[in-house]
Write a protein that binds this ligand. Structure first.
Ligand SMILES: Nc1nc2c(c(=O)[nH]1)N[C@H]1C(S)=C(S)[C@@H](COP(=O)(O)OP(=O)(O)OC[C@H]3O[C@@H](n4cnc5c(=O)[nH]c(N)nc54)[C@H](O)[C@@H]3O)O[C@H]1N2
Ligand SMILES: Nc1nc2c(c(=O)[nH]1)N[C@H]1C(S)=C(S)[C@@H](COP(=O)(O)OP(=O)(O)OC[C@H]3O[C@@H](n4cnc5c(=O)[nH]c(N)nc54)[C@H](O)[C@@H]3O)O[C@H]1N2
Ligand code: SF4
Ligand SMILES: [Mo]
Length: 805
């Protein structure tokens, strides 16, 4: 039961900062000051949020204050009761008229685990629509994808502490100085002995700080899209110099995949001589790049190597890029011991929960597969549903929402689809045709153009729930304030809609059949009036004990999640195999599922690995491709008992081509933060988080600049402050130019954070270029022409008319 006292102001409360995936602990003191309580501290962005909302003089960030419906006369405020009626009716009508797949859900990775779970159970379990995904599909999905390709499951296997004991740390496509500062400052920079390597085309704040710490740290300013090639080059050199761990590969890696991988390395064009000229940007001396990559490669041969990758990989070479890093860990056996492994840095605070709960059109919770009948049956059983209720038809990739003929109603919880979707112009046209039900706390004028029903939800400091961070730590967010008006938590919204539908259905049960109904039977039941739905089942599934404020009990929901996870590889158990209770999550710094380190070889493996095999549970029920000598393989597939060896991933040829080799124009890198120095830049880099709705528009800069390398600026004819057009087949935008050596030639950089001028880089990003394994759009693989805006508009009147910002 929710404790009503939990949310009462006026006494010190411990809670979490739930912006980024580090999820730091903070205390809000009696006099509403914010202090770091966790071991990591709190970064300026987290502090800024709390200060803004809870500080001595809280600034008002505009909120949605009541449910609203679009009407012919404008926006109408309505009661919650009426809004829930409207949503329930919309679901039933669209479903009956257009089928189960007419509905879709798109959520944010800052929702609580409980909210993600009830949504998944409602949409996929009861309503039978697999169109349920989240912004992890723009963000972290490919980290999971890379892990699945290599290990068979998505979970990361190391923890932040591994940065402390590492001898070498590799960052691929990651700028933690800006984006994950607490971990960067406390773990990474404090390990002064480790040599750090940053693979990033830009000279970021991370690079500058690390080179200031120690000039022996290495920046590899490779061309965008080079990472898989670079890693194959590292692997080839490790092979050639004998600096790989043959024993580990023989014991723990599938031997066919090992043979193919070693063949590829020996026969492919992956020598340093062949690769360096392809990855070095113009203007940099290839000899200098060569010296740096050779030094970096030697670091992979050290014993304790930790790597991290982030959206600079996930949004370019995708899951193959992550897999190419994991290949190096397998090749060198750098897994399962302190200071050895890949550490996950999650973007959104609960992105890891979205991954674990399978927020993707092709997944069920715990990464079970929609297209696998056995998986559907297992999950239906856990949800107390007949097996036929989960549809075998995979849902849509997020990137295909815009072109779907099937879609009628889209639920958006958090996230700003009017800004952060690829191919934004086409997507906005589609949004005009869809019924959009939008739940968020903060007033967002952009969404008002597209939404039809607005549901005001509680903010992060008004709600409670569980968050799973990048290093698998489950922690509990406590409310520190009551909402100033009637805002509901997401869990209550979803459960209320489900139970309103149950009310409508009364005692209705699906028609009786001999054996399983066919998909055609089910479609015809749906069309005949949603006859497939069960009123009593819906009511029972979403009737949780509620607190005095009407919010359903998180404890009951967590128990359900924990029990449902049994038998899956990401079963929510601790290092000793004990179930993780809500009480334990709420105490101290939470609990790590499966302990700090997974894939710890037992001494019997001959690795001399420390500790027992806590990660695998050692239940002896091994099947799958066990080792010849009868050892239990280290890795699990979807189910814990489904033990297997890891596999080297062999990338497709298209992942080996740096983007500049594909033709003319510039590579457009969009990312977080402004570049350079000065107050405006600093302000942006400390205050802004993605769409920055939670901190309000007064932090936004007037206009975002596009950063261009000086040689390119001269070639194209751009002076600092000039206006440039960025253009490709999808559209064009205009922004002022900043000139910077920190962007390599052939590339330009523009943040995707909002500005007041309404610049929208996603007008230029493609929704067709998606990762084959996860469907994540490869947003940072974008080509544009960059041109000065003609001083006299007369030269291009038609184009100017089309310009959008
Ligand atoms: N301050 C702040 N912190 C945040 C956020 C925020 O908005 N502001 N957002 C949060 C979220 S949701 C996320 S996902 C994380 C993201 O954290 P990061 O992954 O660090 O975010 P980005 O700045 O988008 O991209 C990282 C880097 O990838 C580089 N890059 C681009 N193309 C390539 C390539 O082909 N190869 C390589 N190796 N690098 C490339 C870019 O130059 C950029 O420096 O941050 C989280 N933390
Ligand atoms: N061009 C380009 N596009 C990108 C990226 C890029 O690098 N380049 N990065 C991509 C990435 S990594 C990400 S993560 C996305 C981020 O973009 P979005 O998915 O749009 O996420 P945010 O901007 O973080 O929006 C968070 C919203 O969720 C709301 N919210 C927070 N908690 C809750 C909650 O518990 N319930 C509800 N209902 N709402 C809540 C907040 O109030 C806020 O309005 O953008 C993607 N788009
Ligand atoms: S690093 Fe992330 S979780 Fe920690 S205080 Fe900053 S934004 Fe919050
Ligand atoms: Mo993200």
């Amino acid at each position: 039961m929710a404790d009503p006292a939990q949310g009462s102001p006026g006494r010190a409360r411990q809670t979490l900062c739930t912006f980024c995936g580090v999820v730091d602990q903070v205390t809000v003191t009696e006099d509403r000051k914010v202090r770091a309580t966790g071991s990591l501290g709190v970064c300026v962005k987290g502090a800024h949020y709390f200060q803004k909302h809870l500080g001595a003089h809280p600034e008002k960030v505009a909120r949605f204050t009541s449910p609203m419906l679009r009407s012919p006369y404008g926006w109408e405020r309505v009661s919650w009761d009426y809004a829930i009626d409207m949503v329930a009716d919309t679901i039933l009508t669209d479903r009956q008229d257009f089928g189960r797949d007419a509905l879709a859900f798109y959520g944010v990775g800052q929702m609580t685990m409980e909210a993600l779970w009830v949504t998944k159970k409602f949409f996929q379990g009861h309503l039978g629509s697999n169109n349920i995904c989240s912004n992890a599909e723009q963000c972290l999905a490919n980290n999971a994808g890379g892990h699945e390709l290599v290990f068979g499951n998505e979970g990361p296997f190391s923890c932040y502490d591994d940065y402390r004991s590492a001898e070498a740390i590799f960052f691929y496509g990651h700028n933690p100085a800006i984006n994950h500062p607490t971990v960067f400052q406390r773990y990474v920079r404090r390990n002064r002995d480790a040599v750090k390597v940053v693979v990033d085309p830009r000279r970021t704040d991370t690079v500058t700080q690390l080179l200031a710490d120690n000039p022996d740290n290495i920046h590899l300013p490779v061309r965008s899209g080079s990472d898989v090639l670079l890693n194959l080059m590292f692997a080839r050199r490790l092979l050639d110099t004998g600096a790989w761990d043959r024993g580990y590969v023989e014991r723990h890696v599938d031997q066919d995949s090992a043979a193919s991988f070693l063949d590829l390395l020996r026969q492919g064009p992956f020598s340093v001589d062949e690769v360096v000229p392809r990855i070095t940007p113009e203007g940099m001396d290839p000899a200098e790049m060569r010296a740096r990559v050779e030094r970096a490669c030697d670091l992979w041969a050290r014993r304790r190597v930790v790597s991290t990758s982030s959206v600079g990989i996930n949004q370019t070479v995708g899951s193959a890029g992550v897999a190419s890093i994991l290949n190096l860990h397998l090749l060198t056996g750098a897994i399962g011991e302190p200071g050895r492994g890949h550490v996950r840095m999650a973007g959104q605070s609960n992105a890891s929960s979205e991954l674990a709960l399978g927020f993707s059109g092709r997944l069920l919770p715990f990464r079970a597969r929609v297209d696998n009948p056995e998986h559907r049956a297992v999950m239906a059983d856990k949800w107390n549903l007949p097996p036929w209720r989960i549809s075998p038809r995979p849902g849509l990739p997020v990137a295909s929402f815009a072109t779907s003929e099937r879609l009628r109603t889209l639920f958006v919880f958090g996230t700003n689809p009017a800004r952060n979707f690829p191919n934004l112009r086409r997507w906005r046209e589609k949004m005009m045709d869809l019924c959009i039900v939008y739940a968020d706390s903060y007033y967002n004028p952009e969404i008002l153009e597209y939404a039809d029903i607005i549901l005001p939800c509680r903010t992060k400091h008004e709600t409670s729930g569980i968050f799973l961070n990048g290093e698998r730590r489950l922690q509990y967010m406590e409310p520190v304030e009551e909402p100033p008006f009637e805002a509901w938590g997401d869990v209550r919204i979803v459960c209320s809609v489900a139970r309103r539908i149950a009310d409508r259905l009364g005692d209705q049960q699906p028609p009786a059949t001999d054996g399983e109904p066919s998909q055609e039977d089910i479609e015809s039941w749906v069309a005949d009036g949603n006859l497939d739905l069960s009123g009593p089942a819906l009511d029972a599934a979403f009737r949780y004990p509620a607190g005095p404020d009407g919010e359903p009990s998180g404890e009951a929901i967590w128990q359900e999640i924990q029990q449902a996870s049994r038998g899956f590889y990401n079963e929510f158990i601790d290092a000793d195999g004990e179930p993780i209770t809500q009480d334990r999550i709420r105490s101290g710094e939470g609990v790590q599922w499966q302990g700090e380190r997974r894939y710890v070889p037992t001494p019997a493996d001959g690795d001399g690995g420390a500790g027992g095999d806590g990660a695998s549970g050692g239940d002896g029920s091994a099947h799958g491709d066990g080792s010849a000598d009868g050892e239990v393989p280290l890795f699990s597939g979807v189910f814990r008992a489904d033990r297997r060896r890891a596999r080297f991933h062999l990338p497709a040829a298209e992942r080996l081509v740096p983007f500049q080799e594909r033709g003319r124009g510039f590579v457009l890198i969009t990312g977080r933060g402004a570049m350079g120095t000065g107050n405006a830049v600093r302000r942006q880099n400390t205050a802004m988080f993605n769409s920055s709705t939670a901190t309000g528009a007064d932090d936004w800069p007037e206009r975002n600049h596009v950063y261009v390398n000086p040689a390119d600026a001269e070639r194209v004819g751009l002076a600092p402050g000039a206006e440039a057009v960025l253009r490709n087949d999808l559209g064009e935008i205009i922004c002022p130019v900043a000139i910077s050596e920190d962007v390599p030639a052939g590339h330009v950089y523009l943040t995707f954070h909002p500005d007041r001028a309404g610049t929208h880089p996603n007008i230029l990003t493609s929704s067709d270029n998606i990762d084959p394994h996860t469907w994540q759009p490869l947003l940072k693989d974008t080509r544009v022409d960059v041109l000065p805006v003609a001083p006299v508009a007369a030269s291009i009147p038609a184009a100017t008319a089309r310009v959008e910002r």
